[in-house]
Write a protein that binds this ligand. Structure first.
Ligand code: NDP
Ligand code: 2IT
Length: 449
């Protein structure tokens, strides 16, 4: 096992985030490997850490000043043992192979947990949609798709949104795919409701995360009612996490973006949430404007070389990181413990560093790792694919009921797998073990391919 870790470090020395995601899985599945020598003889782990296919391409486009711009586009087709590659596209200047490989690797296990037939993939670009006009975004998306279209398909690889890719980008990407392929298929999820999208998909990651958190609290016979919650981010996942917490009578006191965070001691109510949605989804403004509109709230600007994030240093019961990877470091985790936080449920992918995770586990927090807690988004993507194949659409209640059932089921699967291998209520180990065994067994059934 340790040799696998050495191997990826030597082979791809610069892929820090990818190493981090692999190490976590390798650590938790040690007892599974010890009990099942076939996984070693079949070199399952060695096969899993090598993407089935990695596509990297040039994305040239022309900005509004008439100048030529060049970005990098990627799609990592990680594993198709249990279904077509499935996972989002991320447009953010930080995007590189390491980040996309970590996301694709985690996606494989997450998708296995959903019970739906989806393999794992991830893609994106170092393009930054921030500050770009709609026309620039459209030209970029069209250029991106003029290469990606030949690698994807409703039964091959089905992308969706992630950071920087929301309803607007999916529309432009889908439109170009349809034109180039001359077919209207369910090749994307997160589509507009009027053209094949599923109800509840926009809400699904946030709602699903809160359903997962409620399941964790329920093991202690508690609910979210009257719980004070910290949320980071203010995009898709954060918005619908806040919405569901409000509905369940919890109180959210923080929200953030990449320039800083808002602390609102009175709590974010429905009206304030509506302001955030318009600010972020329509005006594409900065979260600092919240404090101008609601003067009882304060905005704290992010400082360079910050050693901890003050957002995590408030008295609270629950934390829902919903921005990006490694946004909770060791000091942040210690602050959460000091402030009596009892639950951390990850809307973002890998938001906690390994040191932070260790602190959560050592302190017996209810800790839901991203690949379990945020699986609601891709679950409803799976339901969107089913509806597209059947050429029908379920109503809101039907999709929400299925989402709730799936999150409940993932929660139970994690606890069962964790117990089976001698861990006590460890959702990290449970998610990794359950996801790994499902994919590993499918790979063995299908031979060496
Ligand atoms: P959005 O683009 O809608 O929102 C991202 C939010 O996080 C924004 O508020 C953004 O701030 C902030 N953010 C992004 N990068 C950074 C950074 N480097 N430092 C600080 N803040 C940052 O994305 P989503 O809400 O869709 O995604 C959020 C997280 O949830 C990601 O980790 C994603 O992988 C994960 N996720 C998303 C799913 C989905 O269905 N969308 C499903 C499962 C997981 P700013 O506006 O300044 O950029
Ligand atoms: O990280 C994720 O699970 C997503 N960005 C959603 C993927 C999807 O295919 O819906």
């Amino acid at each position: 096992m340790n040799s696998i870790i050495d191997y990826i470090k030597i082979r791809d020395p610069n892929e820090k985030e990818f190493h981090q995601a692999v190490f976590e899985v390798v650590e938790s599945i040690k007892p599974v490997i010890a009990k099942n020598p076939i996984y070693t003889s079949q070199k399952i782990l060695e096969r899993m850490i090598e993407p089935e296919r990695t596509i990297q391409f040039r994305v040239p486009w022309i900005d509004d000043q008439g100048e030529i711009q060049i970005n990098r586009g990627y799609r990592i087709q990680m594993n198709s043992a249990i279904g077509p590659y499935k996972g989002g596209l991320r447009f953010h200047p930080s995007v590189n192979l390491s980040i996309l490989k970590f996301l694709a690797f985690e996606q494989v296990f997450k998708n296995a947990l959903t019970t739906l037939p989806m393999g794992g993939g991830k893609g994106g670009s170092d393009f930054d949609p921030k500050g770009k006009s709609d026309r620039e975004v459209m030209r970029f998306c069209q250029s991106f798709m003029s290469e990606l279209y030949r690698h994807i398909g409703a039964d091959t690889d089905v992308p969706a949104g992630d950071i920087g890719v929301g309803a607007r980008e999916i529309g432009y990407l889908f439109g170009m795919y349809k034109k180039l392929n001359n077919e209207f298929t369910g090749v994307f999820t997160g589509k507009g409701l009027k053209w094949g999208g599923s109800l509840i998909r926009p809400e699904a990651t946030g709602y699903g995360n809160v359903y997962f958190a409620s399941e964790m609290l329920n093991t202690k016979k508690e609910t979210l009612e009257d719980k004070t919650c910290l949320v980071s981010g203010s995009g898709n996942v954060a918005q619908f996490t806040i919405e569901k917490i409000i509905e369940l009578k919890g109180k959210v006191i923080t929200v953030s973006d990449s320039s800083g965070y808002i602390y609102d001691p009175e709590g974010i109510n429905k009206e304030k949430l509506q302001f955030i949605k318009e600010l972020k989804n329509v005006k594409r403004g900065r979260i600092s404007e919240y404090a101008t509109k609601y003067p009882n709230a304060t905005f704290t600007q992010k400082k360079e070389n910050e050693t901890y994030n003050p957002l995590w240093d408030h008295k609270a019961d629950c934390a829902f990181p919903s921005a990006t990877q490694n946004e909770i470091n060791e000091q942040d985790a210690l602050n959460l413990i000091k402030n009596k936080v009892q639950l951390v449920s990850e809307g973002a992918n890998m938001p906690s560093t390994p040191e932070a995770v260790k602190i959560f586990l050592d302190n017996n927090l209810l800790y839901g790792p991203g690949k379990a807690a945020n699986a609601g988004g891709v679950s409803v993507s799976g339901l969107e694919m089913s509806q597209n194949s059947m050429r029908l659409s379920w109503d809101k209640n039907e999709v929400d009921r299925r989402l709730k059932d799936i999150m409940k089921n993932i929660h139970k699967t994690c606890l069962d797998a964790s117990k089976q291998y001698g861990y006590s209520n460890n959702y990290v180990a449970g998610a990794n073990i359950a996801g790994f065994t499902k994919v590993a067994d499918a790979m063995i059934d299908q031979g060496l391919v």
